[in-house]
Design a protein around this ligand. Structure first.
Ligand SMILES: [Zn+2]
Length: 475
């Protein structure tokens, strides 16, 4: 197969044509040369041909679950949400759950609207930031929530004047209902991965929340629609071993959480938030270091979530101490807020930085609000690029939609500091070659003879298809 178009190779100059043989790239060069060399080949023309896109930080199973849920993004009125619920209820057998997420309300509605919309179905809807939920009476009943139910630690059941839960749940109170929801399984994982494949991705870096056994089952069927790089939850790594399962799944790393997130003010900061708090320590640095050392010795890599300035500083310290033991690349996930004095400490580490610039599109306001005066420390894309470490871009789906265009927009037009913007080509590199390096897959993310034939095909600036394992898939 001979593909013609602007070819971004990321190893040497751009080209005009790429020739594939089986599941490998066989030749790259000018259109004239390759057409002359392979006169009998099937020819296809695209605007642009790039190495296969990586989604470098995602939760594909939760994304698969979300694809089957109501998308309530952009809705700000409870009535509009209730209408969507009523429509969904039409086609569903009574008793089955209706889920959804994405709304943003100014006040907490009670359950009456949802009861009218879906009297026969339990309903569980989450706000855009997933920190609160709106449910109906059926859902409260199934969860056994009543007037006598106390607020759980870290959560609030919003109540009416008589002390009766209204059907609005804050933070950990959501778990009272979540634990009776049917858990996502293999179907959701496969649905999430297939959706990413349809969007032109050829590789996905999975970041916990889903048991590796499901991925192993999928790998065993030979049905994996992407290369799958897998980070285990820290509670599971001692049960298994690192390495490949089948051709396309690598159990590669262990995931830790140094802190929380900015939206809920749980990102661990050096400077306090306006209310005087500093955020939350989730896995303490000592634990990341001791467990991380053991995991490295067992042959795993590490992927450590660090969002706040203090979390980034502490994890850098841990990585400096662990670097001599690392047989594969270490990863820091998110790296959202970095103080000046920590920037030089990135250099020279066997480290890749996994970022989701698209969070900026929602978080820029949060940064201005929660971190007044510290805006300059947020999403330092140019500064991090300048460390010389590979950047790897993803979406954190389902938190954001896995759209290349969102990372492109946020990273090339930085809403907080234009000087921190990257070029479109740099964004593409971080979604392909940089991500491949972050996965430790040195062959991938480039178009050169001998590399795997995994390509993303573009028209009008967006992915319209891919070549995966040498097989053409155009939507
Ligand atoms: Zn995540």
């Amino acid at each position: 197969m001979l593909l013609l178009g602007r070819v971004i190779t990321f190893c040497g100059d751009p080209a005009e044509a790429v020739y594939l043989e089986g599941d490998r790239i066989a030749d790259v060069g000018s259109q004239n040369d390759l057409c002359a060399r392979y006169p009998g080949a099937r020819r296809l023309q695209f605007e642009q041909i790039t190495p296969g896109l990586h989604e470098a930080h995602a939760h594909p199973q939760l994304w698969g679950l979300q694809l089957d849920s109501l998308d309530l993004e952009g809705l700000t009125e409870p009535l509009a949400v209730a209408q969507r619920v009523a429509e969904r209820a039409q086609g569903l057998p009574p008793g089955s759950w209706i889920r959804g997420a994405g709304y943003l309300f100014k006040a907490y509605p009670d359950r009456s609207l949802l009861d009218r919309a879906a009297p026969l179905h339990p309903v569980f809807l989450q706000s855009r930031d997933r920190h609160s939920a709106w449910v109906n009476t059926r859902a409260l009943e199934q969860a056994g929530i009543g007037r006598e139910t106390p607020d759980p630690p870290g959560g609030v059941l919003v109540r009416d004047g008589a002390g009766e839960p209204t059907g609005y749940l804050l933070e950990n109170a959501q778990k009272l209902v979540q634990r009776v929801l049917p858990p996502p399984g293999l179907v959701e994982l496969e649905r999430g991965l297939q959706d990413l494949a349809r969007r032109g991705y050829t590789a996905v870096h999975h970041m916990g929340w889903c048991h590796y056994g499901l991925a192993e089952r999928l790998a065993a069927t030979g049905r994996l629609p992407v290369w799958l790089w897998w980070a285990l939850d820290k509670d599971h790594w001692r049960e298994t071993r690192p390495g490949w399962r089948g051709d396309r799944l690598e159990i590669a790393a262990v995931k830790f959480f140094a802190d929380g997130a900015l939206g809920s003010r749980t990102a661990w900061m050096v400077e306090p938030y306006p209310d005087g708090s500093h955020g939350l320590v989730l896995d303490p640095p000592e634990l990341i270091e001791s467990e991380g050392r053991a995991a490295l010795q067992a042959g795993f890599g590490l992927a450590v979530h660090a969002i706040g300035t203090r979390a980034v500083r502490e994890v850098l310290g841990v990585f400096h101490r662990l670097a001599p033991h690392a047989r594969r690349v270490l990863r820091m996930e998110h790296v959202q807020h970095v103080q000046d004095e920590d920037l030089p400490r990135f250099r020279g580490l066997p480290l890749a930085l996994s970022l989701q610039p698209m969070h900026l599109l929602g978080d820029a306001e949060l940064v201005r609000h929660h971190l007044r005066g510290q805006e300059r420390q947020a999403f330092r894309l140019r500064d991090l690029w300048s460390t010389g470490l590979p950047l790897a871009f993803g979406s954190d789906a389902p938190v954001m939609k896995p759209l290349f265009a969102l990372n492109l927009q946020a990273a090339t037009q930085h809403p907080l500091d234009p000087a921190q913007s990257l070029t479109p080509l740099e964004v593409l590199w971080a979604h392909t070659r940089g991500a491949a390096l972050a996965a430790g897959w040195a062959e991938q993310g480039q178009i050169c003879p001998g590399a795997p034939a995994d390509l993303t095909l573009w028209e009008g600036g967006r992915p319209v298809g891919r070549v995966f394992g040498g097989v053409l898939e155009v939507s």
